[in-house]
Design a protein around this ligand. Structure first.
Ligand code: MLT
Length: 395
């Protein structure tokens, strides 16, 4: 018996586990500390009423023989896949419900989708970015190459960054709006990426988990708004942020029937993988998800999204007043440059010790994040206001 030696190449613990441990130790050592969490991007608003009602109805269905449900279709119930298809239609994207695969969240699908790719593929990962991409590929031992996001390119690396390294790209990760920076590719930039992937026969794994925070109508909320993307991209999205499903768990992966590599359909491979290793998302959750994506549900989701965006504006206003460089807009995150020349983790420690605020060190998203910091807008207005008062006092 041999263990997967690639695990030895992982950092000791996943970023958000490290932060949770540090916060817990601080609370234990300072029993009166009233810590405000602006770290992990976890929602705080209750679920939209439409989702709650639908889930309550689904529980009732389970109580009666005539409506009881056992195993559901591994790909997701047609009613939810159709609701997702209709949601994409509002973006001007035409999908077939059979191209949509329901899962339990973007993080799982982002890791699991790697099952259909060879382990010697070159992986291109933007830096900084959501750390799950890196860890999932380290576990598989794939060669990993970074493309740098920085102030000069607005944290939006372009294909030239791969060409400059003379690498043959196979799998390209993209996250737009980006977690943690909020930087969002425009249509022209995404078109350049799609053309590049097509020319190089690479596959783009496009994480759209934060699409609902895009407030600028001219920016694409799906890679499938770009011509040619159906032939080179897989989009992964989630109801966690748009509908507050972080605890409920539901997401989806979209693979067009046009995405074919050497005669093999990637959608068919993914379905084959899912039918073997996955038994689907619970009926109750899928009912809630479909209701959240209904016109009424989306209106309610929008109210919550606006609430978080308003929090983000409050944070941005405070940082502007304090003269702290930051970016904001199109995301529930504020990406700031650590003041006083502090490193990301030094700033984390200072903020926790002196203001009882938990944030996320930029260095945890990649080496280009060093010297930066992420504040999440997912909290109550009251807590955000309190946190901003504390930051004003410390800085
Ligand atoms: C984050 O804080 O980056 C995200 O909430 C983590 C996640 O979505 O898994």
């Amino acid at each position: 018996m041999k263990l997967n030696q690639n695990y030895a190449n992982l950092k000791d613990s996943y970023l958000f586990s490290t932060i949770a441990k540090k916060a817990a130790a601080h609370i234990e050592a300072n029993s009166n500390a009233e810590v405000i969490r602006l770290g992990i991007g976890d929602v705080t608003r209750p679920l939209p009423a439409a989702a709650i009602e639908a889930m309550q109805g689904a529980v009732t269905d389970m109580s009666q023989a005539a409506t009881f449900k056992g195993y559901g279709p591994e790909q997701g119930y047609p009613f939810l896949r159709e609701a997702i298809r209709d949601y994409y239609a509002t973006k001007g994207v035409t999908l077939d419900a059979n191209e949509i695969f329901v899962g339990d969240g973007a993080k799982s699908d982002i890791g699991n989708i790697l099952d259909i790719f060879a382990k010697d593929n070159n992986v291109i990962i933007p830096d900084p970015v959501y750390p799950a991409y890196l860890d999932a590929n380290v576990m598989d031992g794939r060669p990993i190459y970074y493309i740098q996001g920085n102030e000069e390119n607005g944290f939006l690396p372009m294909p030239g960054a791969i060409e400059a390294q003379n690498i043959k790209p196979h799998i390209i990760y993209m996250c737009s709006p980006n977690n943690p920076t909020g930087a969002t590719y425009n249509k022209e930039q995404l078109k350049a990426w799609v053309d590049y992937a097509l020319a190089n026969k690479a596959v783009i794994l496009f994480d759209a988990a934060y699409e609902c925070f895009i407030t600028n109508d001219s920016l694409p909320t799906s890679i499938f708004e770009i011509e040619g993307a159906t032939k080179c991209a897989i989009e992964i999205c989630s109801l966690s942020k748009v509908a507050g499903f972080t605890g409920v768990r539901c997401g989806y992966t979209i693979i067009s029937k046009e995405l074919v590599v050497d005669g093999t359909s990637l959608a068919a491979m993914w379905l084959r993988r899912q039918t073997t290793k996955f038994n689907g998302v619970s009926y109750i959750v899928q009912k809630g998800a479909a209701a959240a994506l209904s016109p009424e549900g989306l209106k309610q989701c929008r109210e919550n999204v606006e609430y978080y965006l308003e929090n983000a504006k409050l944070i941005s206003k405070t940082l502007t007043e304090l003269g702290i460089w930051h970016t904001s807009g199109n995301a529930p995150y504020i990406w700031l440059k650590c003041p006083q020349g502090l490193s990301s983790w030094e700033f984390f420690d200072k903020l926790l010790a002196e203001a009882n605020i938990v944030g996320t060190p930029g260095a945890g998203f990649g080496s280009c994040g060093e010297g930066f910091f992420r504040l999440s807008a997912f909290n109550t207005r009251e807590n955000v206001e309190k946190a901003m008062e504390r930051i004003r006092k410390v800085f």
